[in-house]
Design a protein around this ligand. Structure first.
Ligand code: EPU
Length: 420
């Protein structure tokens, strides 16, 4: 199995180019099956989840061509309405094809999605919303079958602003008769991106980025879209710069999407300078900050919590992390402890007391952001760490080792399955 070998203790210095956002491109790829035509997506990250989404589209009968960061999806011909379980298991956002298939085909057959194990991740809010829009859904442990000759105009209120449920409603609503109004919608930038693509395809979408979104569907045509920068990739490199007391320029970013994260690093004593598409961070020393409470956007993002915790493991003083989105998102804490971090965890709260230095260890990531957090810690630690769990990392970060090596990290990726 592939591993990362990281000789830590080197302050990172240089420029990292941030790729397109995983969590923006995945719903847009599902949306690309809606128009009877060709769509062109640029600035797409070259990561495993994108490969998986393209495979699902091909399985449904769309033609998909990729060249570097550009993906062409041609959904002109008739499409299938069924996704095999193996493909559903590859990632969480396979569930977004549910809303898209309903809108396009009037029927969708699939199974529960896979994805990172962050605690229970039900899809009850997705199904509840689609039922309110007129879909008949039959659900067993193995299969989910939803049907709707036509979805209808209605108002749907989500009990919680779930990102995925919001996206599924937007996708399905493009095939409804009349206007669907979604209340308590998620406000993440990735929702705004999906809405922009749907609008470019000819749908009427108003209010994305606020809690109330209105969608009026109709005949859609293919469209072009440049995917916005990945704010979680950016947050990870900010954490790596802070943890190594380095100085990085992140290029190709959207600073406005990262306000909660940059504010936390500023409070921790880092110097940050933002311009239109760049963030420069410089860190000489780190100090504890007021409690970091994860919350839906524009609050502190749950995906940035693990790398931020890795950085704060060597800050002077004690920082409290409160995780409010996922039930099981402190799984990186155990591995950070093995590297010398002082962390005590309750169900929702982790208390991190900074230590002078971390030391190298052989650790294994348990999910995408946890693995990134271990890499951040290893970059700061004394000695050579070995990190397993790269299948997780590859789902969301392209050229992770290469980008870090280019800014001075002593990091290599070993693919040899016999390497010990
Ligand atoms: N939830 C329910 N029922 C539902 C849907 C969600 O109870 O039907 C709960 C979840 O169990 C969770 C909370 O609501 O406790 C938030 O889930 P949400 O639906 O908002 O998240 P998601 O759509 O599954 C997306 C991102 C995650 C990110 C979260 C929160 C994608 C593909 N995934 O997941 O990203 O953490 O929103 O911002 O967009 C990652 O990139 O590493 C990642 C996990």
């Amino acid at each position: 199995m592939a591993k990362l070998l990281i000789q830590g203790g080197v302050p990172l210095c240089g420029t990292v180019r941030i790729h397109g956002a995983k969590n923006a491109v995945l719903p847009i790829l599902a949306a690309a099956m809606l128009p009877h035509g060709q769509s062109v997506l640029t600035n797409c990250p070259q990561i495993a989840d994108v490969t998986a989404a393209c495979a699902i589209l091909r399985g449904l009968g769309a033609q998909v061509r990729t060249r570097g960061g550009t993906i062409l999806v041609d959904a002109t011909s008739e499409l299938d309405d069924c996704i095999p379980s193996a493909q559903m298991q590859t990632m969480r956002s396979s569930i977004l094809f549910l809303g898209a298939m309903l809108a396009r085909c009037g029927r969708a057959e699939l199974s529960y999605p896979g994805g990172c194990a962050l605690g229970e991740r039900p899809i009850n809010l997705h199904l509840q919303a689609l039922r309110q829009m007129g879909a008949e859904c039959s659900v067993t442990q193995e299969r989910i079958v939803c049907r709707a000759a036509r979805l209808h105009a209605c108002t749907v209120t989500l009990p919680f602003p779930s990102v995925g449920a919001t996206e599924n409603v937007l996708l399905a609503a493009t095939g409804a008769d009349g206007t669907v109004t979604l209340c308590n919608a998620a406000r993440e930038p990735e929702i705004v991106e999906l809405a922009a693509f749907l609008r470019a395809c000819g749908a009427r979408v108003r209010g994305a980025g606020s809690s109330v979104i209105e969608v009026t569907g109709g005949e859609l045509h293919g469209a072009q879209k440049r995917v916005c920068p990945d704010r979680m990739e950016a947050a990870t490199y900010l954490a790596a710069a802070a943890a190594t007391r380095g100085s990085l320029t992140l290029s190709g970013v959207q600073p406005a999407h990262l306000t909660a994260v940059t504010q936390a690093f500023r409070q921790a004593g880092c110097e940050l300078i933002e311009s239109e598409q760049e963030i420069r961070i410089r860190c000489d020393r780190l100090r504890a900050i007021p409690p970091v409470r994860t919350a839906p956007y524009p609050g502190f993002p749950t995906d940035a919590q693990p790398p931020m915790m890795a950085a704060m493991a060597t800050a002077a003083g004690t920082t409290v992390f409160e995780e409010n989105i996922f039930a099981s998102r402190f799984r990186h804490a155990q591995s950070l402890r093995e590297m010398g971090a002082k962390i005590s965890c309750g169900r929702k709260v982790a208390v991190v007391t900074g230590v002078e230095t971390l030391h190298a260890a052989s650790v294994s990531g348990t999910d995408l952001r946890a693995t990134a957090a271990l890499a951040v810690a290893a970059l700061a630690a004394q000695g050579e760490s070995r990190i397993d769990g790269l299948a997780y990392l590859d789902r969301g970060y392209s050229a992770f080792a290469e980008k870090l090596r280019a800014v001075g990290a002593r990091i290599r990726r070993v693919e040899d399955p016999n390497y010990e």
